[in-house]
Design a protein around this ligand. Structure first.
Ligand code: PMP
Length: 506
C-alpha cells in the first residue's frame, strides 16, 4: 500500500523504506562461544536454563528466591531426554544395543518414550513404546511422528499385573528378536544422567549455594540423582520429593487399597518402589492432587511465561509449601519436567478443566446457560451386560444411537461401547471381535450426575470437546451411579429451541 502511494508521487517516502538496522539501538546478548553447532539434536539435550521466578513467589508471600529449572526446553520436550540418551549411549557401549539391529522397547508414561524415540530416530533404531491409556494423545502423536510404534495398556492395571505396560513391554521383548528393554526403573543411567548433568548445572548456576531443591517423583531417577550430587557438594540443601495422592512413593508403609486413587497429572506417582528411587536422600515429601497441581501449572504459564506441563504445577505447588520455611536470601530450585505440548487438549483447555470441576464453568450470560439439566433432556440409551460379546454389543447398537452403556454385575456403568471405538480397536490395535467386550469399551467418558445439579452450560462445554455426555443418577439404595440417558449437541439444541418457543425467549 505504502509502496503504491510512493510510486504515484514519483518519490520515495521515508515510511516505505526498510529500516536502517545498523543505526538502531542494539541489545546483543553474549554469545555462547563453546558451541557453534551440534552434530545432531541429541547433543542439544541438557544445559537447560535456570529462570528466576518473579510473580508467583511474591504473590504467595515467599521470602526466599525461587528458581525454575526449565527441563521442558529439552529437544524432546522433557527432562527424560537426558536419561533416554544416556541409557542408549551406555547400552551401545556395553554392546547390548547394536546399531542397525536392536529394537528398543520401553514401558513409559510417555516422556522417556519420546526421548528414546528421538534417539532412535537419529540413530536409526526401531522403537516400540508401551504406555498406559491415560497418557495424552499429544504424546502419542509426537511418538508416532518420531516413527515409534505404540502399544497402549489399561491405566488401572497394577504394575505387577500381566496387563501393565511394564509386564507387556518385558513380554514383548521375549517375543521380538533383538529386542532390548533399557528399563528406566532399574537402570543406573537414569539417576546418573541427573547426577552428572541436571544437578551439576543447578549447582554451577547458583555457585553451589542451594538451600532447597524440589522435584516430582516418578521413576524418581531425577530426584535421587540430583539429591546425591547436591548432598555431596552442598550438604545443608533440603531435598523435597513431590508425590501425588494415590501413589506410594512417599509413604510405602502406609499403602492400603483404599488409598489408591487415579489422578490426571501424568508422569509422577507409582504403586511400587522403583530401584531408581533412593528414599534415604529425600528429606521431605509433599503430597499433591490434581485440584492444586493443574491450576498451578496454568499459573506458571500465565504469570511466569513458562510453557510447562501438569507435573510442573505439582512440583511448584509442593515448592511453595516447602519454601515457606526459607528466609530472605536463601535459594530454592523447582524442576519443571515437561512441556505444554503434551497437554494441549487436556489442562490447557478450559472445557476440559470445567468438565472435571477443576475450575468453575465459564459464565456465558446466555439465557439457558444456568438451567439445570432435566431427566427428560437425556435421550434413552441402550445397555448390555459386561459379559456380552463385542458382536452382541454391535448388534444391540441402534443405527442412530451414539453409544451403549456396558453394565457391571451391580448395575454400575463399566464403560461405554461406541461404533467409533470398536472400529478403532479393530483397525489400529489388531484387535478381534473374539476378544472380551472389556477390551472394546471406553472407560473414560464424560458424564454428569443429576444429584450434582449440572447445568446446560456445563453440558455445552463438555460437548465442545466430546461427542456426547452420559447423564447418570445415583441410586439411593445401592449407592451405584446408573445411566439415565445421553445428551448430544442435537439433543441440547432441540431442548433449547423447544424451551425458547415455550418461553417466547429469543
Ligand atoms: N513429570 C513428568 C511429566 C514425567 O514424565 C516424569 C517421568 N516419569 C516425571 C515428572 C518424574 O521424573 P522421574 O521419572 O525422574 O521421577
Amino acid at each position: 500500500m505504502t509502496n503504491h502511494v510512493a510510486k504515484e508521487n514519483g518519490q520515495t517516502k521515508e515510511s516505505s523504506k526498510f529500516f536502517n538496522l545498523k543505526e538502531m539501538p542494539h541489545i546483543v546478548k553474549a554469545l555462547d562461544r563453546n558451541q557453534k553447532f551440534h552434530s545432531d539434536i541429541l547433543q542439544a539435550i541438557g544445559n537447560t536454563p535456570l529462570v528466576k521466578l518473579t510473580r508467583i513467589p511474591k504473590s504467595e508471600g515467599i521470602k526466599c528466591e525461587m528458581y525454575a529449572k526449565c527441563e521442558f526446553l529439552n529437544p524432546g520436550g522433557s527432562v527424560k531426554d537426558r536419561i533416554a540418551h544416556r541409557m542408549v549411549l551406555d547400552a551401545e557401549e556395553r554392546g547390548v544395543l547394536k546399531p542397525g539391529k536392536s529394537v528398543i522397547i520401553e514401558p513409559t508414561s510417555g516422556n522417556t518414550g519420546i526421548g528414546l524415540a528421538l534417539a532412535a530416530a537419529v540413530k536409526g533404531y526401531r522403537c516400540i513404546i508401551v504406555l498406559p491409556e491415560k497418557m495424552s494423545d499429544e504424546k502419542v502423536n509426537t511418538l508416532l511422528a518420531l516413527g515409534a510404534e505404540i502399544v497402549r495398556t489399561p491405566t488401572e492395571a497394577p504394575s505387577e499385573s500381566p496387563e501393565s505396560n511394564i509386564s507387556v513391554a518385558h513380554r514383548m521383548a521375549t517375543e521380538i528378536p533383538d529386542a532390548v528393554v533399557l528399563d528406566q526403573y532399574n537402570n543406573p543411567c537414569n539417576p546418573l544422567a541427573h547426577y552428572d548433568g541436571t544437578a551439576e548445572e543447578i549447582l554451577w548456576s547458583l555457585d553451589d549455594a542451594v538451600d532447597m531443591v524440589v522435584l516430582g517423583t516418578g521413576t524418581s531417577g531425577t530426584v535421587s540423582g540430583v539429591a546425591h550430587k547436591v548432598k555431596e557438594r552442598c550438604p545443608r540443601c533440603v531435598v523435597v520429593g513431590v508425590d501425588p495422592y494415590g501413589s506410594i512413593l512417599a509413604q510405602p508403609e502406609e499403602l492400603n487399597q483404599s488409598d489408591v486413587q487415579t489422578y490426571e497429572v501424568e508422569g509422577i506417582g507409582y504403586d511400587f518402589l522403583p530401584r531408581t528411587l533412593d528414599r534415604t536422600v529425600i528429606d521431605k515429601w509433599v503430597k499433591t492432587d490434581d485440584a492444586v497441581s493443574l491450576p498451578m501449572a496454568q499459573r506458571l504459564i500465565k504469570e511466569e511465561g513458562l510453557l510447562c506441563g501438569g507435573s510442573s504445577g505439582s512440583a511448584m505447588w509442593g515448592a511453595l509449601q516447602a519454601a515457606r520455611e526459607l528466609k530472605e536470601g536463601q535459594k530454592c530450585v523447582v524442576l519443571l519436567p515437561d512441556n505444554i505440548r503434551n497437554y494441549m487438549t487436556k489442562f490447557i483447555s478450559d472445557p476440559w478443566m470445567e468438565a472435571r470441576h477443576f475450575q468453575p464453568v465459564v459464565d456465558k450470560k446466555i439465557w439457558w446457560w444456568d438451567t439445570p439439566v432435566s431427566e427428560e433432556l437425556a435421550a434413552p440409551v441402550g445397555s448390555v451386560p459386561l459379559g456380552s460379546s463385542p458382536a452382541q454389543a454391535l448388534a444391540a447398537l441402534a443405527p442412530a444411537a451414539p453409544l451403549l452403556t456396558v453394565l457391571a454385575d451391580d448395575g454400575s456403568i463399566a464403560g461405554v461401547f461406541t461404533a467409533d471405538n470398536a472400529r478403532r480397536r479393530l483397525a489400529n490395535l489388531s484387535g478381534s471381535t473374539s476378544e472380551d467386550l472389556e477390551k472394546f469399551i471406553v472407560k473414560k467418558f464424560y458424564k454428569v450426575d443429576l444429584a450434582e445439579n449440572p447445568t446446560l452450560g456445563l453440558v455445552s462445554r463438555i460437548l465442545d470437546i466430546a461427542p456426547f455426555v452420559v447423564v447418570v443418577k445415583k441410586d439411593t439404595v445401592s449407592n451405584v451411579q446408573k445411566a439415565v440417558g445421553v445428551i448430544t449437541s442435537s439433543d441440547l439444541l432441540g431442548h433449547i429451541s423447544k424451551a425458547q418457543y415455550k418461553n417466547g425467549t429469543n
